[in-house]
Design a protein around this ligand. Structure first.
Ligand SMILES: [Zn+2]
Length: 122
């Protein structure tokens, strides 16, 4: 006997905090990879409040619309870059960069904890 059943699929997407555009990692429109993720902890004296976590996911269109006139865009080859990112760019990441940074930070945290546990054992 053939029957029909309803299947619910849950997907992780990112929604632009400004325009609510959905950015789907499975989509071929490449909006997912072009979005900007802002995630940092505000430092002492920050306008965002000392120690507060600041986050935003912004689509490329909102980035261009809001910040376009302030962005310095330099033609470059990502496979043979002529221009290096300076320290001043260290808090703005695209998602694929952010994942690498978070993985590295997690590794370092685990490494520090393992070293500390080893020192306490000795
Ligand atoms: Zn947007």
């Amino acid at each position: 006997m053939r029957q029909t059943r309803t299947k619910t699929i849950q997907e992780d997407i990112v929604v632009c905090d400004r325009c609510h555009r959905e950015m789907d990692p499975e989509s071929t429109d490449l909006e997912w990879q072009e979005r900007i993720a802002i995630r940092f902890r505000a430092g002492y004296g920050s306008v965002f409040g000392d120690g507060n976590l600041v986050e935003a996911d912004i689509c490329q269109y909102c980035l261009q619309e809001v910040f376009g006139k302030y962005l310095r865009i330099t033609e470059d080859d990502p496979f043979d870059p002529k221009h290096k990112l300076g320290d001043e760019a260290s808090r703005g990441y695209q998602e694929y960069q952010l994942q690498q940074i978070l993985a590295t930070e997690n590794f370092l945290k685990n490494f520090r904890e393992a070293v500390q546990a080893r020192q306490e054992k000795d």
